[in-house]
Design a protein around this ligand. Sequence first.
Ligand SMILES: O=P(O)(O)O[C@@H]1C[C@H](O)[C@@H](CO)O1
Length: 323
Amino acid sequence: MERKQHQNGRAGLRALASGGGSMCLEQTVSGDDTPYPYEVIKESADFLLSRTKLRPKIGVICGSGLGALAEQLEDRDIFPYDTIPNFPVSTVAGHAGRMVIGTLDGVAVMCMQGRFHSYEGYPLWKCAMPVRVMKLMGVDQLLVTNAAGGINRQFNIGDIMIIKDHINMQGFAGDSPLRGRNDERYGPRFPAMNNAYDRTLRQKTLELVKELGLQDVVREGVYVMLGGPTYETVAELNLLRVVGVDAVGMSTVPEVVVARHCGMRVFAFSLITNMCIIEYETEAKASHTEVIETATMRQKDLQKLARLIIKIMSEDGYEAGDE
Ligand SMILES: O=P(O)(O)O[C@@H]1C[C@H](O)[C@@H](CO)O1
């Protein structure tokens, strides 16, 4: 049963501005160089917690064209991003821009139907800010999905790549969602990033995909995030191939870095929506239309896989610090 869509939004922010909170509004929401302080994130978390009876411990981030999973939730509370205090808004086609909290096969989950990208103008910390909101709401495990271009020539359009590792290209250049003063309430100054994509979850999922009939389309590989919004040149793709990248996208890494920093267990997969074009002699072009079309076509299988992963996560019952 669908419950309600929330309209009220900026009240908390206004309260903060008028002295209801401990900080100056200018300091908390305008400076893009400075991640929101803990109290601002908590305000967003408390806003959501006070408007839903559910207490999800599993979070999901839906990639381009992959938001239909949120339609599968039952007993839903729906929060458009522009009604949640301190939240950015989605500006990309295929990203509905709302937080959906509900149950999937009896398990409470909160699902971002649309995410934030650096090419929309958001700093990396803001792209990943909802992960901290989830954390303060009690979420310990995160499923991240994205649309990506296939670089590995063994892949096909429509394949699903379980992410086994990433290359943080922006990190190479000195940018990070964790840049700035570290707040130990989330995690340490220097978090480890090996096994960022939980090995046990990957193994269990790989063992069970046969039951879903997906064994021929599920792969494992390395994901790289580039800033976008341009798709890659042939020379860039050749470079990525040499350094061991299997799929390229424009998201996910900041969210995973922030999730791991605060001790969440992470599973992520890419839908290979297009094969990257590595020939010069062609008229073919990458396009967001193709990305959305493939995502729409593969929706059912992606939902089956997401349900399986959420089931494994809920049966495992992980809590931050269990590692
Ligand atoms: O949000 P994701 O990473 O799934 O979206 C991908 C990357 C760009 O936003 C877009 C390019 O077509 O799809």
